[in-house]
Design a protein around this ligand. Structure first.
Ligand SMILES: Nc1ncnc2c1ncn2[C@@H]1O[C@H](COP(=O)(O)OP(=O)(O)O)[C@@H](O)[C@H]1O
Ligand SMILES: [Mg+2]
Length: 345
C-alpha cells in the first residue's frame, strides 16, 4: 500500500548546496551557512507516513514546509536524502518514470488553485483526468462522483463565479479526488478560507477520509487545524522537524520550549479525547450511564457527565466497552478548577 517514507532529506538553495549539507552534518548552523550564500530550507527530515493516515506538517511561514512537500512528489530534487513511495525510490527515478508515478499516484491541492472561469464546475473537476488523457465520458463520470463526494452534486453545470470561495476550494479537492490518486499532498489548502468555512472543509476532509482512506500529507501553519486533522503531526522550525507525534503527544509532552509555546493557544478540550483520559481498568459504569465513542472530545463529555453526575462508558471502535471516564479525570486532564468548568458545562 501507499506508504511514504522520507529519509534524511535536505534541500539547500543558493551556493554550493552539497558542500552545505556536509557542513550541516558536521554541526554547522543555518545562520553560518546563510552568511556564505547557502540557504538551507529543509534539514535532515525523516519520517514515515502510513497508508491511510493524515500526516500534518505544521510550522511558521518560512520553516520549510512547502519545500519539503515539493520534494515528496519530485517537483524538487533533494540536495541529499531519499523519498520512498510504495517502496520505490522516487529520487532515483528517470524523469519519465517519475512523471508516471506522479500522474497515477500523487495529487496536489494548493492554497490558491485556479479554476478555469470559462469551464463548468464539472469540467474543472475533470481537469486532472483530462491532463492524464482519460476519455471524455469516463472523466465526466468520475468528476461527477468526486463532486458528489465533496458535497457539490447539482453544481456540475455551474460556472466558477457562481460558487463561494469555500465551494471553489471544494472543486479543487474534487479535482484531486477524481484522479484516484492514493497520495494527496495538500499545501495550506484551507488557509485562505474564513474560519467557519475552513472548519467545514476540515470536517469534510475527515469525513471523506473515513470512506476513502487516502494517504494524506497536509501542510498548515495553524496548530488547531493540525490537531484536528493529523493522525500524526510533524512540527517544523527553521528547516528541521523538532517533534513528530500525535496531537496528544504534542499537547501533553512537547519536545521543547518552542513547541510548548505553540500549544498555549490550543483548546485542549477539543483535542484530548475520551479514549485518552479513560480508565480502562475501572469496573463498568453504573447501569444506565451514557456511552460515548473513544474519539469524543472532552468538550463534548460535560453534557453526558452532567446528566446523572456519574461516569460515562467509553466504547471502542467495535462498540465494546473499553473503559470509563469520570468528571474528575476530565477536569484533571484539562487542568481546570471544577467550579470554572461547571460554569460552562
Ligand atoms: N527556490 C528558492 N530559492 C531560494 N530560497 C528558497 C526557495 N524556495 C524557498 N526558499 C526559502 O526556503 C525557506 C523555506 O521556504 P518554504 O518551504 O516556502 O517555507 P514554508 O512553506 O514553511 O513557508 C524560506 O526561507 C524560503 O525563502
Ligand atoms: Mg509554504
Amino acid at each position: 500500500m501507499s506508504r511514504l517514507t522520507a529519509e534524511h532529506l535536505y534541500k539547500v538553495f543558493g551556493r554550493r548546496p552539497e558542500a552545505a549539507v556536509e557542513r550541516l552534518k558536521g554541526g554547522a548552523g543555518r545562520d553560518e551557512l546563510r552568511a556564505d550564500g547557502a540557504m538551507p530550507a529543509v534539514i535532515d527530515a525523516s519520517f514515515e507516513v502510513e497508508a491511510g493516515q493524515i500526516f500534518v506538517v505544521m510550522g511558521l511561514s518560512g520553516s520549510g514546509k512547502s519545500t519539503l512537500l515539493r520534494m515528496l512528489n519530485g517537483l524538487l530534487e533533494p540536495t541529499a536524502g531519499r523519498v520512498l513511495y510504495d517502496g520505490r525510490d522516487l529520487t532515483g527515478l528517470a524523469p519519465a518514470e517519475l512523471r508516471e508515478v506522479r500522474s497515477r499516484g500523487i495529487s496536489m491541492v494548493f492554497q490558491h488553485f485556479a479554476l478555469f472561469p470559462h469551464r463548468t464546475v464539472l469540467d474543472n473537476a475533470a481537469y486532472g483526468l483530462e491532463v492524464r488523457g482519460v476519455p471524455r465520458e469516463e472523466r465526466r463520470e468520475r468528476a461527477a462522483e468526486a463532486l458528489e463526494l465533496v458535497g457539490l452534486s447539482g453544481w456540475d453545470a455551474s460556472w466558477p463565479d457562481e460558487l463561494s470561495g469555500g465551494m471553489q476550494q471544494r472543486v479543487g479537492l474534487a479535482r484531486a479526488l477524481a484522479t484516484d490518486a492514493d497520495l494527496l499532498l495538500m499545501d495550506e489548502s484551507f488557509s485562505a478560507l474564513d474560519p467557519l468555512i475552513r472548519r467545514d472543509m476540515q470536517d469534510q476532509l475527515l469525513h471523506l477520509q473515513k470512506q476513502l482512506k487516502k494517504t494524506i500529507v497536509f501542510i498548515t501553519h495553524d496548530l488547531n487545524e493540525a490537531m484536528r486533522l493529523g493522525d500524526r503531526i510533524a512540527v517544523m522550525r527553521d528547516g528541521r522537524i523538532v517533534q513528530n507525534g500525535t496531537a496528544e503527544d504534542i499537547l501533553v509532552r512537547p519536545a521543547n520550549d518552542y513547541v510548548a509555546s505553540f500549544i498555549q493557544d490550543v483548546d485542549r478540550s477539543r483535542v484530548l479525547t475520551a479514549g485518552a483520559v479513560m480508565d480502562p481498568a475501572a469496573g463498568p459504569a453504573p447501569e444506565g450511564a451514557a456511552t460515548v465513542a473513544a474519539d469524543t472530545p472532552l468538550a463534548d463529555l460535560f453534557a453526558p457527565l452532567a446528566k446523572d453526575d456519574g461516569p460515562v462508558t467509553v466504547a471502542d471502535e467495535h462498540g465494546e466497552p473499553a473503559g470509563v471516564v469520570t468528571r474528575d479525570a476530565v477536569l484533571a486532564a484539562l487542568g481546570e478548577q471544577p467550579a470554572e468548568v461547571t460554569a460552562h458545562a
